[in-house]
Design a protein around this ligand. Sequence first.
Ligand SMILES: [Zn+2]
Ligand SMILES: [Zn+2]
Length: 338
Amino acid sequence: MRATVLYGPRDIRFEDREDPKIEKPTDAILRLAATCVCGSDLWPYRGIQKIAQPTPMGHEYCGVVEEVGSAVKTVKPGQFVIGSFCISDNTCPNCRSGYQSGCQNLEFMSRAQAPVLRVPLADGTLVGTPDKPSDQIISSLLAVSDVFGTGWFAADAANVKPGATAVVVGDGAVGLLGVLSAKLMGAERIIIMSRHEKRQRLAKEFGATDIVTERGEEGVARIKDLTNGIGADSVLECVGTEESMVQAIQSTRPGGSVGYVGVPHGMKLDVWPIFFKLVHLHGGPAPVRRYLPELIKLVWDGKAEPGKVFDLVLPLEQVAEGYRAMDERRAIKTLLQP
Ligand SMILES: [Zn+2]
Ligand SMILES: [Zn+2]
């Protein structure tokens, strides 16, 4: 098969690689229906996160099981499945408490920007759909694999409750799906911080009620204006820079919660100002596995269409253009069709 490999800054190649095969009895092999480029793929793509050798890319996936190892019990060949970017056994104490992204046997998926994929710990990682999905919902099912699951975790970690005021920092695919998640969890007011017109439109479609274009201290001042000087109940940090994290914490009311899912880069936090803010901080790599059944159901029942974040669809072999379009912010998120 041919698959995606990153060689160095902005050097994505689609090249011959060995077909994946069952290596352990707990593995499954999937024929992917769709895969995509993640905002987090741009860190190594831009050379900000160094790679030591050519690295196979991709961690968001859904597709049909082709083959399973002898120990796999819950998924069968022919079944359509979705998995998280975190490989987990779903049986250890951390998984049982709902933190599969802290699994004692955790691995991070890579190699998913390919037509065929090996998934370790298939029983713990994969969840099947009720039936064969229609082509129209494939993009939304793919979004569950990471961006929707991560946006959902941001909202959950930020303790969004019915009637709450939520602020979303970041207008990437995760931030936009954080808006959708907050809406589905019953937030009454959802403020997104965004300067990008196309993304603002999609945020409104997903349920945003207000848009703040200011950043930093000015942005915080606008949030205070919109919340009677108090700050928001729930703030979703979906960027991962120090500026966005400080903005999130400063926008939260005393006793409110920040859910942070932006992968931190160059972030140093001064605890002194946070101490006096009295905020809850919870975040990290999303335990998407916990939410898979619920989010698959929302998509299946037509109650959520997170696939709308894919505004560029390309054949997998044009993956390099998919990265370029996101790097240059021409696309929010690129879906790749094997
Ligand atoms: Zn991702
Ligand atoms: Zn586990």
